[in-house]
Design a protein around this ligand. Sequence first.
Ligand SMILES: Cc1cc2nc3c(=O)[nH]c(=O)nc-3n(C[C@H](O)[C@H](O)[C@H](O)COP(=O)(O)O)c2cc1C
Length: 171
Amino acid sequence: MLKIGIFCASAGGNSLKIAEALNEAFETDDIINMEEDFDEVAQLLEYDVLFIGSSTWGQGDVHHSWVDPLFEITFEDIDLNGKTVAFFGAGDSQKHGEHFCSALGKLYKIFTNAGAKAVGFMPKEEYNYDFSLAEIDGKLCGLAIDEHNESQKTDVRIEQWIEQLNQELRL
Ligand SMILES: Cc1cc2nc3c(=O)[nH]c(=O)nc-3n(C[C@H](O)[C@H](O)[C@H](O)COP(=O)(O)O)c2cc1C
């Protein structure tokens, strides 16, 4: 049986909403809150499947609690070969449409460079933004939600994504 870990950074609880749905759907032990429960990158290595969450800040930046772990993964040559990873997070496609949910793209780059295999890509067509680093090969490299402008779409987006993950992970 695959061991799943959910790691989530969320300042206002929007990204956490996805983490909670994942926790319930996949019956995982708990959500690792990056600010409260994360001590070292070795925690990532305990799992086969990683659900990695962050809202986007600044100009397309990851939540601050991801900065040190990402630095460590990159510069200490952390090996994530054999891990499967799926990214999620909240953003604002109107006020910050120049970098909508770009944190997911940054996470994608670092985790896949370290050897992880990414799943959970979503069509970008239903979103309305100008630019996003999360766009990879014409799709979004994970689940993006926008509680500011499209909150009515969130529940369905989460539901569909979980269904897709179930198929891609063949659980
Ligand atoms: C100062 C500031 C910068 C932001 N920058 C971005 C951004 O670059 N891209 C984006 O999609 N959202 C951006 N946002 C919006 C947040 O990501 C959004 O409010 C999100 O819902 C927060 O999710 P959380 O509750 O999980 O932290 C920004 C918000 C603030 C206040």
